[in-house]
Write a protein that binds this ligand. Structure first.
Ligand SMILES: NC(=O)c1ccc[n+]([C@@H]2O[C@H](COP(=O)([O-])OP(=O)(O)OC[C@H]3O[C@@H](n4cnc5c(N)ncnc54)[C@H](O)[C@@H]3O)[C@@H](O)[C@H]2O)c1
Length: 252
């Protein structure tokens, strides 16, 4: 059973303005996918949409603060009304505020969870019935090492990323009979992105790789049906390396 075609299909992508989301948007557009780009950074996401349109695909910028559940639900419903059911949903948007537990306020903690975990719920909820009706779809939440382990100063980010893994497991079971693949993808390497600049140690900064190195994996994830892979936690770096190997040749 071959992978689903993504050319001419729609992907809903959160966090598209910067970092990994931006690299994913460019890769998917280069492979002929149309994109709805959700991000809180209105100017950047509009500029990106303009650039992608020059590649011959359709790209719609949607300025939205994903921490606000009703705005996020309205944004995804509006996108479905405009372009129909997407082939794929990739939830990349996140913030990481390194802060000792004693310095967290409830509201600050809640906002970080709302972008990462509530955002995953609201976006998935918005595409679930449309994907069910069209008979296929692939949902990917971008994960992290913080989804399996605990790290100091991450009292919000770590539980939010753990929560995304749990939501993925439930949705992958419920989605299987409707041919909706639901997976997470950890980066597999520290990325050279705005998120990392603020909190990585000098040692990790030495090992950062450009987010474009991971982007090919997301074209593969966007093409998955439930029969191919669901309920998995992918390593996007390893998947990208495997995809690029035939193109670039094995390392000596
Ligand atoms: N940077 C890393 O090394 C690393 C490692 C592991 C996992 N990750 C994960 O990869 C993903 C991408 O991270 P990145 O490094 O590209 O981050 P980034 O900060 O560079 O980009 C995050 C994007 O999310 C958007 N965003 C933030 N708050 C938002 C909100 N309230 N509403 C809508 N959009 C919002 C930002 O505007 C930005 O475009 C995240 O899920 C992150 O947790 C990153």
């Amino acid at each position: 059973m071959g992978l689903h075609s993504i050319r001419g299909q729609w992907c809903f992508l959160s966090g598209a303005a910067d970092g990994l989301g931006n690299a994913i948007a460019r890769e998917l557009a280069a492979q002929g996918m149309n994109l709805v780009l959700f991000d809180v950074q209105e100017g950047k996401v509009a500029a990106l949409a303009g650039e992608l349109q020059t590649l011959g695909v359709q790209a719609l910028p949607v300025a939205v603060d994903l921490a606000d559940a009703s705005s996020a639900a309205g944004a995804v419903a509006g996108a479905v009304r405009q372009v129909g059911a997407p082939r794929a949903l990739i939830h990349d948007a996140a913030v990481l505020t390194p802060r000792p537990f004693r310095a967290w306020t409830f509201d600050g903690w809640r906002r970080e969870l709302d972008i990462i975990l509530q955002g995953a719920f609201v976006l998935a909820k918005g595409v679930w019935e449309p994907m069910f009706a069209q008979g296929h779809g692939s949902i990917v939440f971008i994960s992290s090492g913080s989804a399996l382990r605990g790290f100091s100063l991450e009292a919000a980010y770590t539980p939010a990323k753990h929560g995304q893994e749990g939501l993925m497991k439930v949705l992958s079971i419920e989605g299987a009979e409707f041919n909706i693949a639901v997976n997470t993808a950890t980066t597999g390497a520290p990325l050279d992105t705005p998120m990392s600049w603020g909190h990585y140690t000098p040692d990790m900064q030495q090992r950062m790789i450009p987010p474009s190195r991971l982007a090919p994996a997301f074209a593969y994830f966007a093409a998955l049906d439930a029969g191919h892979a669901t309920g998995l936690r992918f390593d996007a770096f390893q998947v990208s390396e495997a995809i690029m190997l035939p193109r670039h040749g094995a390392p000596l």
